[in-house]
Write a protein that binds this ligand. Sequence first.
Ligand SMILES: [Zn+2]
Length: 162
Amino acid sequence: MKYCYDCGTKLINKELEHEGIVPFCPNCNKYVFPIFSAAVSMIVTDKNQENILLIKQYGTDFYRFVAGYINKGESAEEAVYREIYEEVGLKPIKIAPMKTAYFEKSNTLMYNYLAICDDTSVVSNYEIDEYAWIPMNQAMDALKNAKLALEFFKYYKDNIRK
Ligand SMILES: [Zn+2]
């Protein structure tokens, strides 16, 4: 971050109380912090983590995780529950943070969560084209065209799931 987002002026380093040295635009007379979006993606499983819920969306033909952007003013956890409900109508009994990764194409920091559901009957699919409960041992193959989801799933498989 070398130039001001608003006016393009070269940034200088300036001390900000309680923060230390922060880039500062002398033209706009303001401190400039990094700007990026934040989103959540979810490894939605059934109660015993035997099956994983994958969806197809936006007319594309590959499986992906339920996911969505975090709204301004919302916590990541709130976004997890909201997106799962909006996309598939489920209410997880438990969620847990997994791994994060930066996705350059959309300038987004993605927070992956595990979301365990007791009731697995999908009741709404307004925002998706189709869904499938996939056995865990087939998930890697099902996700082969979703690079970031595959990375998250590998982390879950190698570090979390017993
Ligand atoms: Zn400026």
